[in-house]
Design a protein around this ligand. Structure first.
Ligand code: GAR
Length: 217
């Protein structure tokens, strides 16, 4: 069985990367992580990958004159490793439209909010300030606009009365650890197709399997 060759882009801790590593560790899982690229040296993500025997590259964004040059180096590294599909897992750089278009419908991201609410940074503070009762995370296909693109999986968690940014972030992160493996599983199994602005699962625009309500966290 040919396994889908996945590249994961990271910037930090890599707890989401770890869930993808664990998922792909099963020999019969239809995807494998071919390369982990970090724009920051010395981060835990790199250690996690190395521990799992996965090739890593550090490509510091500061080494490049502009965003397209940085993105070109990432693109070259991914292609050299035979990567077919990209997962962004806590990758904290905005990718150029050229890069995103080159990987159109072959790149997904996890964002710590129920999109389209709370794009950008400090999503948990945004959610608390807005007084929402439900918060969560979204795995979506990447488009040139920030935190935009067809939604694949969402996981919702409650916002509790005594939550602060920290407690809410921790609850959402646990939900992320269920949502991202589910998303990659659906992709690797060939069950996902993008049509316009919608991601279809098994041909359906809405699929209960991709909607995690208060997952067991
Ligand atoms: C996660 O919460 C992820 O959703 C977020 O960064 C964290 C990375 O944690 N990503 C973004 O905010 C991207 N805009 P991790 O390194 O432990 O996976």
């Amino acid at each position: 069985m040919a396994r889908l060759r996945v590249g994961v882009l990271v910037s930090g801790n890599g707890s989401n990367l770890q869930t993808l590593i664990d998922l792909c560790a099963a020999p019969d899982f239809p995807a494998e992580i071919a390369l982990v690229v970090s724009n920051k040296p010395g981060v835990l993500s790199l250690e996690r990958a190395a521990r799992a025997g996965i090739a890593t590259r550090v490509i510091p964004h500061g080494d490049f004159p502009d965003r397209p040059a940085f993105d070109q180096a990432i693109d070259a590294a991914l292609r050299a490793a035979g990567v077919e599909f990209i997962c962004l897992a806590g990758f904290m750089r905005v990718l150029s439209p050229q890069f995103v278009e080159r990987w159109h419908d072959r790149i997904i991201n996890i964002h710590p909010s129920l999109l389209p609410s709370f794009k950008g940074l400090h999503t948990h503070a945004q959610a608390l300030a807005a007084g929402v009762r439900l918060h969560g995370c979204t795995v979506h296909f990447v488009r040139p606009r920030l935190d935009d693109g067809p939604i694949l999986v969402q996981a919702a968690v409650p916002v509790l009365a005594d939550d602060d940014e920290h407690s809410l972030a921790a609850r959402v992160l646990k939900a992320e650890h269920q949502a991202y493996p589910l998303a990659l599983t659906l992709i690797a199994q060939g069950r996902v197709r993008v049509e316009g602005d919608r991601a279809l699962i098994d041909g359906r625009a809405v699929d209960a399997a991709a909607c995690l309500m208060n997952p067991q966290i």
